[in-house]
Design a protein around this ligand. Sequence first.
Ligand code: ITT
Length: 191
Amino acid sequence: MKIIFATQNKGKAAEVKAIFANSSIVIISLYDLGNNIDIEEHGTTFRENAFIKAKAVYDIYREPVMADDSGLSIEQLDGRPGVYSARYSGENCTYEDNNLKVIDELKEFSEPHTAKFISYAVYYDGKNEIEAIGELPGKIIKEQRGTNGFGYDPIFIPDGYEKTISELDFKLKNEISHRVRSFNQLKNKLI
Ligand code: ITT
């Protein structure tokens, strides 16, 4: 079975391809299709945005689609950046801009800065809707460390580890991440 993964994020695409490797499902990314569509994520929840992405891409290809809306929720910031994780410091911001903004906003709070990553993964084929949530608890540190991964990975230490996700290797991230937790549930429901 072939499923299009509706993301423009190459980090996410690599993670989801690895999750479905050795299964009967073949993941085709928008990048593989040469499609750089910019979908406006006007929802106010991860769930809404995930279905907005999946349905926008389904409307183009009329083939089964999966999408993920994800982000970081920091307790002391009342859940921010949340659904605004990708553009937390403005349109066209970089991952580094966002990390520095979070570090700056946390300066007035004492440690630990408890946080979690959330992934809301959905499947849509024009008829059936399947959804699953995955979370990864951890804490935010005051500096960026490491080069692997993407987004907030350089400032996030998962519970039970001493290193940021960017200092851990890709294989390990894909054993513990919010995304592997949500997409494994989708995989089990689909196969
Ligand atoms: P698509 O919408 O095209 O999938 P995106 O990067 O815009 O790509 P989201 O709208 O779901 O994806 O925003 C997710 C943001 O949350 C992402 O840009 C990162 O800033 C952050 N994020 C999500 N998962 C992450 C992870 O595994 N590691 C680090 N940061 C993550």
